[in-house]
Design a protein around this ligand. Sequence first.
Ligand code: PLP
Length: 434
Amino acid sequence: MSNLVDNYLCQYKITLRQLKNKCDEIVGDKSMHDALFRQQLDILKAEGNYRVFADLKRHNGFFPRAKNFGSENLDDVTVWCSNDYLGMGQNPKVLKAMHEAIDECGAGAGGTRNISGTNHYHVLLENELALLHKKESALLFTSGYVSNWAALSTLGARLRNCVILSDELNHASMIEGIRHSRAEKLIWKHNDVADLESKLSLLSPDVPKIIAFESVYSMDGDIAPIKAICDVAEKYGAMTYLDEVHAVGLYGATGGGISEQEGVADRITIIEGTLGKAYGVIGGYIAGSQTVCDFIRSFASGFIFTTALPPAAAAGARASVKHLRESQLERQRHKNQVEKLRRKLDLIGIPHLRNPSHIVPVMIKNPIKCKEISDILLNEYKIYVQPINYPTVPKGTERLRITPSPLHSDADIDHLVESLKLLWQQCALARVVA
Ligand code: PLP
C-alpha cells in the first residue's frame, strides 16, 4: 500500500501534504453535497412526511401474514394495506405458472420487446388482456406507472395540437406522462362532468382531444361517472383514456373493471391496467384498437427502450387474469369482508370515508399522529397499515388506507377493530356519533 502511495506521489510530483489536502477537499465537497440533500430530508422529517419502509417478508400460503424484520423478535404481523387486493400473489395456480415458466425459459426476457425479448408468454398475456376488455389488442409494459407515462406521453406528443383533459386527482404516472408530452393540458374538477363539458365545449372540433381519468380513485376510493364521461366524450368527439388500475380483477363479471361492470368498456378508447395489484404479479398494459396499440408500440420510448417483463411474470399474470375471469369467489368474499369491516367501524364510531369501492380510508388528518398510530398498531397490535401522508394525499387529509382482502378472516377484522377502538381511546381521537 505504502509503495502504491509512494509511486503515486512520485508520478504526479506532489507531496504527501498536497495529497492529503486534495483528499480533504473531495471529502469536503461530498459532505457539502450531502448537506444539500439532508436539508430537504430534514424538512420532510419535521413535517412528519418522511417515509419509513416496513421491512417485511410475506409468508407464502399465509396471506395476509408477514414477518416484520423491523421488530426485535421478528414478529408475525397482519398486513392491512396491501394492493394485492385478492391475495392472488400467492394463488397456487399463479405460482405454478411462474415456476413452470422459469423452468422452461429461465429468469429474464433477455432483451427489449423488439430485440429478442418478446417471449411467447408476453404474446399469450396480451391476447388474454385483449379478451378481458373485449378490445382488439393489448400492449404490455413493465408496470402500470410506465404504461400510463408511456401511452399518454406518446399520444400527447404525436397527435398534432392534441389537448388532454385530465381529472384533477389523476395519478402521478398520468400527470407525468401528460407533462412529458408537452401537449396542452386542461384540468377538470374531480369527477365533475359539467366542468369537463364546459372545457370541452370551448375546444375546436378539429383538434384531437383525450379525456384522461381513473375508474376507482385509490386514496378516497370514489368511482368516476364513466357513462356520463363517455356521453360528453362522444358529444364532442373526444377519445377516452381510462386508468382501471384499482379496479381490474375486482369489478365486473370477469374482472374487466368498472367499465365492464357498467357495460361501457366498448365506449372507452384505451383502458389501462396493472398486473401488480389485484392480479398479484407485476406489469402494466393498455387495451384498445389494434391501431392505437400498434401506434404506441411503434412510438413510445417507455415501451421500446426497456427490457421486457420476465416471461415467468407474464405467465403468472396470465394465470391470474384467466382465473379471475372465471372465478367469482374472490370478488364475492372480498366484497363481504369490506362490508363487514365498514359495519364494525361504524358501530364504534371510527371515522372512515364513505365510498362505493373496496378502499377504506380511516381519516387522521395529521401526519405526525398518523405515523404514531401506525407505529403503535404495528409494534403493539401486530397490525401493519402504512400511514398515507403528503404528497400522496393533500396535507390535512392524512389517513390509514385499509384494504381488506378475501383472506382476512372475521377474527382478523375483529382484532383490527378492537385495536383501533383502544387506540382511539388512548390517543383521544374524535369519533363519529351515530
Ligand atoms: N395508476 C394508478 C391510479 C395507481 O394508483 C398506480 C399505482 O399505485 C399506478 C397507476 C401504477 O401502477 P403500478 O403499481 O403497476 O406501477
